[in-house]
Design a protein around this ligand. Structure first.
Ligand code: C2E
Ligand code: MG
Ligand code: MG
Length: 554
């Protein structure tokens, strides 16, 4: 047994010494941009015969024989060498990740060794991401916790690898400040509705905790789209690229130089990546997290969200949910491109609307909302500033058609306003002369009801006798004459007729009141609204005087 191990160690050291232990690099892609954000270093053992041995076949042996640390350090050095080389040739790569074994954490000098390796290539600590699996945390949590803290203090980003593959625990995410959580490819292998929902919830949860998200093992376009829709920020898998030798990776980069994400852009996109598409209200959640407070304008669930990047004179859609696209169709745009075209026409209605909104958003930083009508449909567009880079800003948009909730609210407000209005009258009654009936809408005082007589005329007569000053009774009867009412109103300039009468409303003494008959428009039969309002204070005395001196004017 011992011999076998020594043999293995010799072979490993021989391979290491002759450069046959090599790091291959598998690129990581940004879901929203399809650009390369970084790459993961994966160990490959090249046999002299040219065969590649995969890590699954030698890592267990390296762990058993205590050599894994040597491998991991070698991978770190090769990652640093690649970082340095790319930087020198002007095609820098922001993040390279390496895998650490749980056994590495048994070494007290782990941090120092890693720092020394990075220093020898002048590589900044945040450039080399450290991937660890949960198995590390099962050992000695106290020791690990202290080590984790030291790595963070030194500026390293620690990633949680293979989440969901084994005994995953959500506590781990809460207890340690991981920068990225890498979801195991198992989630994608079982693309059942259940598996999808679970991954979507986990991504949402990671965002709540402020952890960035990456999913491994993406092999199909369907998986790519799914991850984009649930807001997974980064993807890695054979669909995009297999692990590549350093030379093959460089060749790929040279073929498409624009494929590399710039460092300044990484900051920008990382901030945008915090938007949680599957949250019931992504805009509210983002604003709250940033302000660390709650935003008062709560709204119901809606998945109608889009990311719009604004340049100095243009807008482009980076992402739109199905709900958002659906509403664009209601607006008459068959596609997001259609709206983009309308938006780049600087004289279009949309350009002006959006431009104003964007200016407000950039100025205030809080959620801005506008409501507007188009083709008889009301829309509400809300926007929130997310991040900025040279000459461009990312805005999160929400597009709503007016929902039932809003309509009910408006109707209720109208009703409240109507009721308040009625209280300025003593009496409001609807009169239907053709069907000979009346309907009391509102009475302020405790007036007896006058709608119980055999006919409407008799009811009016009775009201007249009971409430009206005898001197004004004849005039009131004429005022209320149904046979001439329509005619009189039509001929009056304001489409209503008005009279001043002395009346006793409720228990009060007799005083001047103004009565008005207004025709209610557009109903199948003529309807009149009778309103009676008292005349206030000094005006009463004025009318008294007028009645005495010029009774014909009253
Ligand atoms: P890992 O860190 O989770 O790496 C991802 C593995 O999935 C890699 O396998 C990669 O080639 C493979 N993979 C990537 N995309 C796809 C895909 O779309 N479909 C499928 N079916 N597979 C995909 P690899 O290179 O064989 O590595 C296996 C594991 O070995 C790694 O899992 C990692 O845990 C470990 N490992 C690799 N290199 C090192 C190293 O330098 N040090 C340590 N400690 N462990 C390493
Ligand atoms: Mg890994
Ligand atoms: Mg993994």
């Amino acid at each position: 047994m011992e011999n076998k191990q020594t043999d293995f160690a010799d072979r490993f050291h021989e391979a290491l010494g002759s450069g046959r232990i090599r790091a291959w690099f598998q690129p990581v892609f940004r879901s929203l941009t399809q650009q390369i954000m970084g790459a993961e270093a994966l160990a490959r053992w090249l046999n002299p015969d040219g065969n590649l041995i995969s890590p699954a076949d030698f890592i267990p042996d390296l762990e058993r024989s205590g050599l894994i640390f040597e491998l991991d350090m070698e991978m770190i050095r090769q990652a640093c060498a690649l970082y340095d080389e790319l930087r020198r040739r002007g095609t820098p790569l922001n993040g390279l990740s390496v895998n650490l074994s749980r056994l590495d954490f048994a070494r007290e000098d782990l941090l120092e060794q890693i720092c020394a390796a990075l220093d020898s290539f002048s590589v900044p600590h945040e450039a080399i991401k450290l991937e660890i699996t949960e198995s590390v945390m099962l050992e000695d949590t106290d020791v690990f916790e202290a080590m984790f803290r030291r790595f963070c203090d030194e500026g390293f980003h620690v990633w949680l690898d293979d989440f969901g593959s084994g005994y995953s625990s959500l506590n781990v995410l809460q207890n340690y400040p991981f920068d990225v959580i890498k979801f195991d490819m198992l989630f994608l292998r079982k693309m059942s509705a259940k598996g999808r929902n679970m991954l979507a919830s986990l991504i949402s949860m990671a965002k709540t905790l402020g952890v960035h998200t990456l999913t491994e093992g993406v092999e199909t376009n369907e998986q790519r789209e799914f991850l984009l829709d649930v807001g997974c920020e980064a993807q890695q898998g054979f669909y995009y690229a297999r692990p590549l030798s350093k030379e093959a990776l460089m060749e790929q980069i040279d073929r498409k130089p624009g494929i590399l994400e710039k460092k300044e852009d990484a900051v920008y996109w990382n901030e945008i990546g915090r938007v949680n598409f599957v949250n019931p209200n992504p805009m509210k959640e983002f604003a709250e997290r940033r302000m660390n407070a709650s935003v008062d304008r709560a709204s119901s669930y809606d998945g109608s969200i889009a990311l719009i990047e604004c340049g100095r004179e243009s807008f482009s859609y980076i992402y739109a949910t199905e709900g958002y696209k659906e509403r664009l169709r209601e607006l008459g745009f068959t596609s997001v491109d259609g709206l983009e075209n309308a938006l780049s026409n600087q004289r279009s209605h949309y350009y002006l609307v959006i431009q104003k909104l964007v200016m407000d958003v950039l100025r205030h930083g809080t959620i801005q909302t506008i409501e507007y009508a188009y083709h008889d449909v009301y829309y509400r567009l809300s926007a929130l500033f997310i991040a900025r880079r040279e000459g461009r800003a990312m805005i999160l948009m929400r597009l709503n058609t007016f929902d039932a909730e809003q309509e009910v609210k408006t109707a209720k407000e109208m009703l409240d306003a109507g009721s308040a209005l009625f209280t300025t009258y003593e009496l409001v009654t609807m009169i239907y002369p053709e069907s000979r009936k009346a309907k009391r809408i509102y009475t302020a005082s405790s007036l007896p009801s006058y709608d119980r007589e055999e006919t409407l005329e008799k009811s009016v007569l009775r009201f007249c006798e009971q409430q009206m000053n005898p001197a004004d009774q004849e005039k009131f009867r004429q005022f209320m004459d149904f046979s001439t009412m329509t005619e009189r109103i039509r001929n009056s300039p304001g489409q209503f007729i008005q009279g001043i009468f002395r009346m006793r409303m409720g228990k009060d003494r007799i005083s001047w009141h103004s009565a008005r008959l207004t025709q209610i428009p557009k109903l199948s039969e003529p309807v009149f609204m009778l309103t009676i309002q008292d005349v206030q204070g000094d005006l009463n005395k004025g009318f008294d005087l007028l009645a005495e001196t010029h009774p014909e004017m009253i």
